[in-house]
Design a protein around this ligand. Structure first.
Ligand SMILES: *Cc1c(COP(=O)(O)O)cnc(C)c1O
Length: 380
């Protein structure tokens, strides 16, 4: 078979101005964390979000989740309600703090946290005398979660919400940006995300006091004194100036990147339109605006007559096209399986029947042609 260049699932997409921004940083000899480049990256994100949001740039999305949990007051032994259908980085920081993850299943419209299972879990934990310290919800694959119902429940039981929008920078619910709906929001600028700083993230908070506390914790919890005074454990979680330089150049093309990911999604909707066995996962209504960070599909096991997601993945590998199973739910991962779980196991079905398709914003017409040909051969 012909040798093709690999079509990646989600690869970094440079703006072309990275070098210029990095050179400016090098010329200033500003090779550290913090400083003007980081501030302007934070300001850039703040102005992309709605008013009343303050941003602390971090060394990764995982670090931002860890800081959000610290700000929410999570301590050893505290329970944190969290979405099971996600990447492990959502959950790991709960364990860094010695917290207990309480896993909640997905609901079918957004694949994010199920409000019914959430309330069931809260009631059950309260009966055990354990009030959850936070609700950690995800906008998986760029799809906004059920903002109205989840936040109403959080409010009713007075539990803060952390929104892991690592995959949803640029997504919106009712016009409002993801990452701004809870008490805390998180973005990731890892190489595979919608824009990148190579490695990096951001924490979104609701007031200047919280931002100051986040920056303080992210910079080793130093109390200003010539000798450095320490009264709490700190972290080295600040974003580097080189990462921020890349981020500032990437912010310039954010809207183009969103459009390109959405265009990929509509390409796949067309491609699978007449293929009965495949459903492209799409927004449930116009209230939900997804960047479609990754376009994902479900394969109906009966209609597909034996074609499993794994067989499809291996078939596309022959064309050097990368795909990936959907997230294996965290309550099924060996490292987390001893923790409580509430729900009806939808996320397990998603994992068994779904696949993530190549979704880079740099996906070319040629790449799309090769994908179309492969899909045509597979389903003919
Ligand atoms: C990528 C990702 C993270 C972690 O972000 P990093 O910047 O890689 O640390 C967290 N949660 C979700 C859902 C992610 O996809």
């Amino acid at each position: 078979m012909k040798q093709y260049d690999r079509v990646f699932l989600s690869e970094p997409h440079l703006s072309g101005k990275e070098q210029k921004y990095i050179n400016e940083t090098l010329q200033r000899n500003a090779i550290t964390s913090g400083g003007p480049g980081v501030l302007s990256f934070e300001n850039g994100i703040e102005s992309f979000l709605c008013e009343g949001n303050f941003v602390c740039a971090t060394s990764s999305g995982t670090a931002a989740i860890h800081l959000a949990l610290l700000l929410a007051g999570v301590q050893e032994g505290d329970e944190v309600i969290c979405q099971s259908f996600t990447f492990s980085a959502t959950i790991n920081p709960i364990r860094y703090l010695g917290g207990i993850p309480i896993f909640i299943d997905s609901e079918p419209q957004t694949w994010n946290m199920c409000p019914i299972a959430l309330e069931e879990a809260i009631i059950a934990r309260l009966e055990l005398g354990k009030k959850p310290k936070a609700i950690l919800v995800v906008d998986v694959y760029g799809m906004p979660y059920q903002v109205d119902s989840i936040n109403a429940i959080a409010k009713q039981y007075d539990i803060p919400v952390i929104e892991d929008s690592a995959e949803a920078f640029g997504s919106r619910f009712r016009g409002q940006p993801c990452g701004t709906f809870g008490n805390f929001g998180v973005f990731s600028f890892n190489g595979n995300k919608i824009i990148t700083t190579s490695s990096g993230g951001a924490l979104v908070v609701k007031d200047l006091e919280s931002k100051k506390r986040a920056v303080y914790l992210a910079t080793q919890a130093k109390i200003p004194a010539p000798h450095y005074q320490h009264e709490e454990i700190g972290y080295n979680y600040a974003m580097s100036t080189i990462a921020a330089a890349i981020g500032n150049s990437q912010l310039e093309v954010l809207n183009e990147r969103i459009e390109a990911r959405r265009a990929n999604h509509f390409f796949y909707e067309n491609l699978f339109e007449n293929i009965d066995a495949v459903t492209v996962f799409s927004a449930p209504s116009e209230l939900f605006y997804s960047t479609y960070w990754l376009t994902t599909i479900l394969i109906d096991p009966i209609k597909a007559k034996g074609l499993t997601p794994n067989k499809m993945r291996l078939f596309l590998e022959d064309y050097n096209i990368e795909t990936r199973p959907l997230w294996k739910p965290m309550h099924c991962q060996p490292v987390f399986e001893q923790y409580p779980y509430y729900g009806s196991r939808l996320s397990e079905t998603l994992f068994q029947t779904g696949l993530c398709l190549p979704s880079s914003s740099s996906l070319s017409q040629e790449d799309k042609k090769r994908i179309s040909e492969a899909i045509y051969v597979l389903f003919q």
